[in-house]
Write a protein that binds this ligand. Structure first.
Ligand SMILES: Cc1cc2nc3c(=O)[nH]c(=O)nc-3n(C[C@H](O)[C@H](O)[C@H](O)COP(=O)(O)OP(=O)(O)OC[C@H]3O[C@@H](n4cnc5c(N)ncnc54)[C@H](O)[C@@H]3O)c2cc1C
Length: 308
């Protein structure tokens, strides 16, 4: 079985971590593996699609594995179509057994786990980020394919983070930090402190490199608090109608831990929460450790400890 792994570099010019994970997934299947970077460092859809299609067609591979980065998620389905390949996305497991290659993905918002196999070749599998063990550096080599002769229909003028100011969603981070609506609620002194809350959260993110998640209630707040929390958007929302991040560790603050929120934590195995309410949802078996404490005081102390 011939396996092609498609990779691209990250913004730092090095092979993206998600791409190492895709190589790891390919290595777990066995077979003859070649890793190719067919795209340039500047993500341009009109160049990426023909480059990826050419790489798939010319490889003669049976299975093509690629990381589900935002860049490949935009261009690879179109490239697979051009190359006459079948494609499945959001792959969370692959195996090679008596039935040949099978892949798994979740459906219906992580409620149904599907195992898929296809007879069509080439079969493109786009892996979810943060699921597969990354390949060891040095265990493979990446071939840089010759640039494809195509004309870009767009010009790259620069890059801008999706969230104003800074990028707060970091799939590669060690820890997911979740902020809930409690940060905007009246505190013991009878007043709200959205500015102080936002500063504590931003300082923690800067010092720890954690990824920022939110409850639905916090991303839907209005007026004064909205201004202070301008660095958050619905993209940060975790839960039933939000995202299902895959960080190993999670810390929830000022969030009640209601079921529609906590279902978004299903892949987070080490969970801690800070809440002033000893009977909050996290206390009902949803967190490993619940600190019954004021998150303003806790995070101020934590930030002090993180200062260099
Ligand atoms: C169909 C449906 C889908 C939904 N989908 C989602 C979803 O995807 N994601 C989601 O998050 N929610 C979702 N919800 C909403 C969910 O049910 C809750 O309403 C929401 O999660 C509550 O957000 P919260 O815990 O931040 O706010 P609150 O319920 O207001 O809780 C605030 C918490 O902060 C604590 N607190 C206040 N001050 C402090 C302090 N100083 N220190 C420590 N703790 C403090 C309080 O004790 C309280 O527990 C959904 C609801 C429905 C009906």
């Amino acid at each position: 079985m011939k396996i092609l792994v498609l990779v691209h570099n990250g913004p730092d010019g090095k092979i993206a971590k998600a791409a190492l994970e895709a190589v790891g997934a390919a290595q777990s299947l066995g077979g003859e593996i070649s890793a190719v970077n067919p795209v340039g460092d500047v993500p341009l859809h009109s160049l990426d699609v023909p480059a990826l299609a050419t790489a798939i067609k010319s490889s003669g591979a049976d299975i093509v594995i690629a990381p589900g980065t935002s860049r490949f998620a935009r261009s690879l389905p179109a490239a697979a179509f051009r190359a006459g390949a079948e494609i499945d996305t959001h792959i969370t497991a692959v195996s090679n057994g008596p039935e040949g290659v099978t892949a798994q993905r979740w459906a219906y918002r992580q409620r149904i786990l599907c195992t898929i196999t296809r007879s069509a070749r080439p079969w493109v599998l786009m892996t979810d980020c943060g699921v597969f063990a990354p390949a060891e550096e040095g265990s493979f080599t990446v071939e840089n394919a010759a640039p494809v002769q195509a004309t870009a229909s767009s010009e790259c003028l620069g890059t801008q983070a999706a969230v104003a100011g800074e990028q707060t969603i970091r799939p590669d981070a060690e820890v997911l930090f979740v902020a809930g609506a409690g940060w905007t609620k009246k505190q013991a002194d009878g007043a709200t402190h959205p500015g102080e809350a936002a500063a504590l959260i931003k300082d923690f993110l800067a010092a720890s490199g954690a990824s920022l998640g939110s409850s639905k209630s916090l991303v839907e707040i209005g007026d004064e608090a909205k201004e202070a929390f301008g660095f958050m958007s619905h993209m940060n929302q975790v839960g039933q109608t939000g995202a299902t991040p895959r960080h190993k560790k999670g810390l929830s603050t000022c969030c009640h831990g209601e079921e529609p929120h906590v279902v978004g934590w299903r892949f987070i195995t080490e969970r801690r929460a800070v809440n002033i309410d000893a009977n909050c949802g996290w206390a009902q078996g949803k967190a490993d450790v619940l600190y019954v404490a004021d998150a303003f005081k806790v995070m101020s102390l934590v930030n002090g400890m993180l200062k260099p």
